[in-house]
Design a protein around this ligand. Structure first.
Ligand code: AHR
Length: 505
């Protein structure tokens, strides 16, 4: 049987919007075993650590060039009181994590530990403030505590806790999911709150805040419109985006119902295609929110942030339902590669995205064994690693002149491309379960040399990595790329993700 051949045109000499590296951002919530057991094991653990932070996790994430880490939530952020998490650990008050498993939170991982983690990772911190149950003063003090130099009440407190120099913390979230766990507010109520919290979160010295308003759930474009309108009400061109520099929205890939989301590893072909079709919907959602934003901000000065995305399955049998622990298969990897192609196409408005969540929760990069401490890199991890060359690269438009194969509404071939420092990187996904495809890349405006390619695939979409088989789904060299008169021919086996890199001649 002959392969499907898909022609694709890439103008390698026409640079599009820069793909913000923050599209490859991460998220760590006080939820299940993400922070405790995942990132943080405490100083007395047998797992090698620095100040309680797991060094194997740090090493694995550094290989992804992770640009930012969002913390402490999620829903947890709106019940977190940061002052409980500073000072000597024995004196820190504990609380009940009512959102996630009703477990006791001892606050041993707090502000200093989070900033130490970011320093080890080489990632920018992104802190979500507490708008739901906190006060404006609490958030304003937190910003001062972290970012102010010299002398002030919060600076003295920070110094007393052992840190003389301020940190640079640009990214601040003004609450989280204010329409739900973050306070059950209407868009109008939240807009008023965001204005107050944003106003009193101050720039100290050269630390210029990038305030991210809590945005819509999925396709709630009215929420986005309410926030964007508010900019005009405050004087539009005179004070554009004074209290918020970006707004967010959240979108999870959940092909089942909220009660029965589907299994992470036990699924059939229909479940698979339904999942990928759900994932592809993020394109429509980004377009919808961006269109609303364009009406009020045609110059694109306000960023769109998707600070929670990824698959959400039923928890693994026998685990705490409030801990959101799920396995991660090749299917999850293809969900991720499809998201990134879409993100790259929207690089002019979408400035940040954070997968939920980095370790042991939802679509994680890393799973750790609670008993042995063993660490496993998931298939999704490998997509982030194979794609990291797109960070801060100029996007290149990809045209598919004869259309692409499809299963119902799902296009089963997806591509994106970028260039940076004289290198071109092309990412290609074949989402079809059974059919291979050959992509004829017509590279216009330049030729590439020193071509090398990698592939992520497996015998079955359900394949995943475990401590016993850590490389069941792992990238390997792909030698089925051949030079043609116009560019390259790339063979994509069924259900595979391939990256092709080359130097511009
Ligand atoms: O990521 C898990 C949860 O999903 C977050 O806490 C919340 O913001 C969202 O509903």
């Amino acid at each position: 049987m002959s392969n499907i051949v898909v022609p694709a045109i890439i103008n390698v000499d026409v640079e599009g919007a820069v793909i913000n590296r923050h599209l490859y951002g991460h998220f760590a919530e006080h939820l299940g075993r993400c922070v405790y057991g995942g990132f943080y094991v405490g100083e007395d653990s047998e797992v090698p650590n620095e100040g309680g932070i797991r060094l194997d996790v740090v090493e694995a994430l550094r290989a992804l060039n992770i640009p930012n880490l969002r913390w402490p939530g999620g829903c947890f952020a709106d019940e977190y009181h940061w002052m409980d998490g500073i000072g000597p650990k024995v004196e820190r008050p504990s609380m009940v994590n009512t959102h996630w498993g009703n477990v006791e939170e001892n606050n041993h991982f707090g502000t200093h530990e989070f900033l130490a983690l970011c320093e080890l990772l080489g990632a920018e911190p992104y802190i979500s403030g507490n708008v739901g149950s906190g006060t404006v003063k609490e958030m304003s003090d937190w910003v001062e505590y972290l970012t102010r130099e010299g002398d002030s009440p919060m600076v003295r407190l920070r110094k007393a806790n052992g840190r003389d120099q301020p940190w640079q913390v640009r990214f601040w979230g003004l609450g989280n999911e204010a329409w739900g766990c973050g306070g059950n507010m209407t868009a109008e109520q939240y807009a008023a709150e965001a204005r107050r919290f944003g106003t009193y979160s101050r720039n100290h010295g050269d630390n210029k805040l990038y305030r991210i308003a809590a945005g819509a759930n999925s396709a709630d474009y009215a929420w986005t419109e309410t926030l964007m309108k508010m900019l005009g009400e405050l004087g539009c061109a005179n004070r554009p985006a004074a209290f918020m520099q970006a707004l967010s929205f959240h979108y999870y890939t959940i092909p089942g119902t909220w009660q029965n989301k589907g299994d992470a590893t036990r699924f059939g072909p229909d479940d698979y295609y339904a999942t990928l079709a759900q994932a592809a919907r993020v394109d429509e959602l980004i377009t919808g929110h961006a269109n609303v934003m364009d009406c009020y901000d045609p110059g694109k000065t306000v960023g769109l942030v998707l600070d929670e995305w990824g698959t959400w399955w039923n928890v693994e049998p026998g685990t705490n339902p409030g801990f959101l622990y799920q396995q991660n298969t090749l299917r999850d990897a293809l969900v991720a590669s499809l998201h990134f192609d879409i993100f790259h196409r929207h690089a002019d408005r979408l400035v940040m995205a954070n997968i939920a969540q980095t370790v042991n929760v939802l679509q994680a990069m890393i799973l750790t064994d609670p008993d042995t401490g063993a660490l496993v890199l998931t298939p999704t991890y490998h997509v982030f690693e194979m794609n990291k060359g797109h960070q801060d690269a100029a996007s290149l438009r990809v045209d598919l002149p004869t259309g692409v194969p499809a299963r119902d509404t799902l296009k089963t071939v997806s591509l994106s491309a970028s260039r940076k420092n004289g290198e071109v990187l092309v990412s290609l996904s074949n989402l079809d379960i059974d059919e291979p495809a050959d992509i004829e890349l017509d590279l216009r405006g330049g030729a590439v040399t020193d071509v090398h390619a990698r592939i992520l695939t497996a015998g079955a979409l359900q394949d995943h990595n475990t401590p016993a088989t850590p490389a069941a789904v792992a990238p390997r060299t792909h030698d089925q790329v051949t030079a043609t008169a116009g560019g390259l021919r790339v063979h994509l086996p069924a259900h595979s993700f391939v990256t092709v890199a080359g130097r511009l001649a």
